[in-house]
Design a protein around this ligand. Sequence first.
Ligand code: NAD
Length: 494
Amino acid sequence: MSNSTLRHQLFIDGKFVNAESGETLATLNPHDNSVIADVALAGKADIDKAVAAAKRAFPAWSRLSGADRGRILLKLADLIEANTEELARLETMDTGHPLRDSRSLDVPRTAACFRYFGGMADKFEGNVVPVEAGFLNYVLRDPLGVVGQVVPWNFPLMFTSWKMAPALAAGNCIVMKPAEITPLSSLKIAELMSEAGMPDGVVNIVPGLGSVAGQYLAEHPGVAKIAFTGSTATGRRIVQASAGNLKKVQLELGGKGANIVFDDANLTAAINGSAWAMFHNQGQACIAGSRLILSERIADEFLEKYIALAKSIRVGNPMDEATEMGPLTSALHRDRVLSYVDVAKEQGGEILAGGKAPSNAALRDGCYVEPTIVRPRSYKDRVAQEEVFGPFVTVLTFKDDAEALQIANGTEYGLGSGLWTNNLQRAHKVARDLYAGMVWINSYKRVSPGSPFGGVGQSGYGREMGFDAMREYTQARSVWVNVDAQIPPWYARG
Ligand code: NAD
């Protein structure tokens, strides 16, 4: 891909434009920290322009039939598939996702999400409520207006679809701010949106700094809702910023996934699945299974094989077809992840594997970290409580089911958790008792456009995907019709 084909400007009102200030920010390739492109950096004036464009587009877009809105999203899904190779390479270059994953997961999941909500656009219904005799009461599900969306850098392409597809299907207009370090794939989606026939102004994409553009979008009085995926600390700032006009808020925040392996589990499947749960995308996933919780009866056997598997994961240039783990997405983040190795040691933790950058000279300039396995002293230690967001798993053991649950539920987060067992009753009982928005049994990290995605506790509120997402992007309005109600007069006169 030549750099001249890269979209690197803001997308406002159907056009690619420079920032009003003329400012840009370089986006880097995490394999070697070389500059991929200088990308326009949105400031307050650009956000104002984008919100105004979205506001102008809203009446026509929201009154279009669901079928017509859906047709554009379905066309977009086809275009995404037709551009799989370019999108996959762009995502890999900007984020460090291994190319095989960008191709087989990120792009197909992005297309599937737009297709699912394209199909949903003319099927999401209001309802009729049985009320008192003589009245018809119906409930409309109306779009909210201009929606602000703030996306993180770990799955920039896929999250663009998770955020945009339901909002657009429901008839909203969008101002989306991608993460400043990974703006390229969402700008390519903007180009494909136009090709699919999206009217100008319905979608605006404004890369910019979180503390400036993101903060201003969250505060903006012209924005009816702010949907955010990112860290819990930023989520709190978003809630405060939203208070000015009482905008609706949806938060997908951090996680510290518990992954419990019982002694009756299929160990071969559990070892492979647990490694993927942790090391896929270099562990940069809010739903990563970053706390391995093992029955002490199988812990030695499990760990021996799990460590061997982790050490055999092919870490390398994400553009190489054979690579199974690429670099972390930025040098800043790599340093943050590695700092947790010292945190573990300070609290008496034992490093069972990794804990450093790979020695391979070809990876020296990149943001690489080896698969890292740590045994902390207690589930209360910092490394077992705080989200590291890298290829960094903690291992703890338990005696019985009660202790497994105590450890699993012993953090402030509640996003995704999993368990491995062949005991049917135990599987459902533990799934019921886990404090998590999503639970996987004998598997991990499954997602689908139809299945609600989101957390409890400090992992946020609101749900993406499925009918829940459509509810999040609409508001119920109740209409009362007097058909033939016999209402005695309140003020009887003569
Ligand atoms: P982050 O909170 O630093 O940034 C996320 C986004 O928010 C970026 O676009 C950033 O520019 C923007 N931002 C930063 N400060 C802002 C502010 N004051 N106002 C408005 N926007 C602001 O998070 P990150 O480090 O980019 O992403 C990693 C985090 O995201 C992890 O905690 C991870 O668990 C979480 N995450 C959650 C989910 C989920 O669905 N629950 C999914 C993926 C990632």
